[in-house]
Write a protein that binds this ligand. Sequence first.
Ligand SMILES: *Cc1c(COP(=O)(O)O)cnc(C)c1O
Length: 224
Amino acid sequence: MSGNITKRIQELHETLPPQVRLIAVTKMVSADAIREAYEAGIRDFGENKIQEALAKQEQLQDLTDICWHFLGHLQTNKAKLALSHFHWIHTCDRMKLAQRLNCLVEELDITPPNLLLQVKPLPDPDKYGWTIPELLEALPTIETYEQLKIKGLMTILPLNQSTEQTKVGFEKVSDLAQQINAENLSNISLDELSMGMSADYQMAIEAGATMIRLGRTIFGERPV
Ligand SMILES: *Cc1c(COP(=O)(O)O)cnc(C)c1O
């Protein structure tokens, strides 16, 4: 365990605007380190692999007020597990998954998850998610998935681009949310913007992020 985790979290708590929800991203981070972050006041934790998350959740069962966020690419055959083990799913990135989640919520008769749609404001062939035109085209269909409650947008910007491009990317997502909200779709109300990671979270906050997802800033570099 490294006492640095506590120190870094304290620094973040002192500097982040109060409306921004800090999600500690714990992929490849041990349950002990998660515990330390919890002791330092973190309640929102993000994982990007189902199996890895389930193993740690098992070890942390006593921490009953953790809010778990799923941040990885979700295969449809794991959608059911994601629904039962996470409070938020940030990565609804395609129609097939939205449709599957909608069916499962109905079949299982459960409370719908807090769901975010993953968008790619800048061309990025390596990433999952809807481009802006694709998402606008998909909305009428998503609106028919009445079991879903879409709470916001999520984005991961490409690495290695200029500050200017990064700003533009985040602002595009923020503008898109406003544009969609103006349409008053029945099950889609985009109040949350999950954007910003260790490298770019300050710019994301300037563009209106309500949730930032920090791994390395809190836990240090991940092993490669
Ligand atoms: C790993 C990851 C993060 C955190 O990245 P850092 O650079 O460690 O802050 C945020 N979001 C997603 C989706 C991730 O996979």
